[in-house]
Design a protein around this ligand. Structure first.
Ligand code: S3P
Length: 424
C-alpha cells in the first residue's frame, strides 16, 4: 500500500462493529436456552474464526452478519481440529467455553497465534479439572481440551486480560460450586455485562468477581455498536493532522475501553464526546480536530483499558511537545506481533525519536515525520493501520510504502476505503 500526505482529513465516519462484543455475542448465544438475534456482527477474519469454531461444534446460524439468528445446539466433537487463524480471542475464550462441554476439542492457529501465550488460560482450566494438552506443557497451540466435570475455584490471574477473565467465567458458569476471579487491574468488562443480561449470577466485590454456576442462560437480542479500537485510528488522525476535523458516529464508549480518551484529555487534544444512550453498553459519537499536544505519562494501571490503543500513543507523542512515556504495557509484546518492537522499529524509519523500554516506550516529540519506503506491518493489523495514518501526516510530498497492509482484514476490512474518503 502506498500513501501520501493528506491535504486535510475531514468527514463523518461510521466504524465497523466492535470485535470483542461480536465474538462474545456469538460464543454466549451458542449456549443460551433459545435462539438469539444479533444485528451488525463484525464482518472480519477474526470473527469468522469464532463463527467457524461454533459451526464445527454444531451451532446453527440463520441470516447474515447484518442480522444473525444463532440457534444453540448440543455441542458435538468436530472430526477435525479447529482453526483459529490469527484470533487470540477465538482461541482463548473458545477454550473456556469448550472446557465446559463434553468432548474433546483441538485448536490451532496461524504462525503468529502459535507463538502467543496460552498457559494463562490453560492453568486455571486445569485447576478446575479440565484436561489440556499442548506444545511446551500447554503453553502454545495446538492445544487439545477435554472438559466436562469442572469444579469452582478461586483464581488470581497474574495478567489483566479480558480473554483470560472471559474464559474463566464461562467455565465457572458450568462448574460445581462458586468461583472467584481476581485480576491485577480491571480489564474490559463486555463479558460481565452481556452474561449478566443473560441471567448469569456474577457479582463484583472489591475488585473480584464471584461466579455462581448457572442452569440456563436466556437468549440475547443485541445490536453490536461501533468498535472504539477502530475509531481510535481516526481519533488520532484528526488530532495530529494540521487540518483535521473528524466525527465518528455510533461508537461504543465503555469506560473499560476508552482509556485513550483520558490520555488525550491530558495531552490537550480537542475531543468532544457525546453520549447518546446506554443499554448493555454506552454508545455515542466523538468529534476530534487538529490539536496542539503536550507529552504525558501513561501508567501501568491505565494500560489494560487502552491496551489496543497504546501504539497510537507513540504517534500522538511524536506530535506532542516534550516527552511521552508508556510503562506497564509489557502485554504489547505478546499481541499479534511484539507491538513495542514493531512500532519502535517502524516509527524510527519515519524519523520519530523513540526509545524502546522493556514494558513500553519513551518518545521525544515535536520533531515531525517524514515518508518512508520500507514500512512493514509485521503481520499485525493494528501496526498496519498505525503506519497508514502516520503516512498521511508526514511533512514531505513523498509516498510511504507499507508491506503487509492487507492485514487490516483481521479487524477492519474497509479501513483504506474510509481513510481514502477522509483524505479526499
Ligand atoms: C480482547 C482483549 C485484549 C485485546 C484483544 C481483544 C478481548 O486482549 O488486546 O484485542 O476481546 O477480550 P487480552 O485479553 O490478551 O488483554
Amino acid at each position: 500500500m502506498e500513501l501520501r500526505r493528506a491535504q486535510r482529513v475531514k468527514g463523518v465516519v461510521v466504524v465497523p462493529p466492535d470485535k470483542s462484543i461480536s465474538h462474545r455475542a456469538l460464543f454466549f448465544s451458542s449456549i443460551a436456552s433459545a435462539p438469539s438475534e444479533i444485528r451488525n456482527v463484525l464482518d472480519a477474519d477474526d470473527v469468522k474464526r469464532t463463527l467457524n469454531l461454533l459451526k464445527l461444534c454444531g451451532t446453527e446460524f440463520e441470516g447474515d452478519l447484518k442480522k444473525l439468528v444463532v440457534k444453540p445446539r448440543p455441542f458435538r466433537e468436530p472430526s477435525k481440529p479447529i482453526y483459529c487463524g490469527n484470533s487470540g480471542t477465538t482461541a482463548r475464550i473458545g477454550m473456556g467455553l469448550l472446557a465446559s462441554r463434553d468432548g474433546c476439542f483441538t485448536l490451532y492457529g496461524d504462525k503468529s497465534l502459535s507463538r502467543r501465550p496460552m498457559l494463562r488460560v490453560v492453568k486455571p482450566l486445569r485447576e478446575m479439572g479440565a484436561t489440556v494438552l499442548g506444545r511446551e506443557g500447554g503453553a502454545l497451540l495446538p492445544i487439545a481440551i477435554r472438559g466436562g466435570d469442572l469444579k469452582g475455584i478461586e483464581y488470581e490471574s497474574p495478567v489483566a486480560s479480558a480473554q483470560v477473565k472471559s474464559a474463566f467465567i464461562l467455565a465457572s458458569l458450568f462448574a460445581s460450586g462458586k468461583s472467584v476471579y481476581r485480576e491485577p487491574w480491571k480489564s474490559r468488562d463486555h463479558t460481565e455485562r452481556m452474561l449478566k443480561a443473560m441471567g448469569a449470577r456474577l457479582t463484583e466485590k472489591n475488585g473480584s468477581i464471584e461466579i455462581e454456576p448457572t442452569d440456563e442462560l436466556s437468549p440475547l437480542k443485541l445490536e453490536v455498536p461501533g468498535d472504539f479500537s477502530s475509531a481510535a485510528f481516526f481519533i488520532t488522525l484528526g488530532v495530529i493532522h494540521g487540518k483535521g476535523d473528524i466525527v465518528i458516529e455510533n461508537v461504543n464508549l465503555n469506560p473499560t475501553r476508552t482509556g485513550l480518551l483520558r490520555v488525550l484529555e491530558r495531552m490537550g487534544a480537542n475531543v468532544e464526546v457525546n453520549l447518546k444512550g446506554e443499554e448493555l453498553e454506552p454508545i455515542g459519537s466523538i468529534r476530534v480536530s487538529s490539536s496542539k499536544l503536550v507529552g504525558t505519562v501513561v501508567s501501568p494501571e491505565e494500560a489494560p483499558q487502552m491496551i489496543d490503543e497504546i501504539p497510537l500513543v507513540a504517534l500522538l507523542g511524536a506530535f506532542a511537545e516534550g516527552e511521552t512515556v508508556v510503562r506497564g504495557a509489557g502485554e504489547l509484546r505478546v499481541k499479534e506481533s511484539d507491538r513495542i518492537a514493531s512500532l519502535v522499529l517502524e516509527l524510527r524509519k519515519m524519523g520519530v525519536d523513540i526509545e524502546e523500554l522493556e514494558d513500553g516506550f519513551l518518545v521525544r516529540g515535536g520533531k515531525g515525520l517524514h515518508s518512508a519506503k520500507d514500512l512493514n506491518s509485521h503481520g499485525d493489523h493494528r501496526i498496519a493501520m498505525l503506519l497508514s495514518i502516520a503516512s498521511l501526516c508526514v511533512e514531505d510530498e513523498g509516498a510511504s510504502r507499507i508491506k503487509g497492509a492487507n492485514w487490516v482484514k483481521i479487524s477492519f476490512p474497509s479501513f483504506f476505503d474510509i481513510l481514502g474518503e477522509l483524505a479526499r
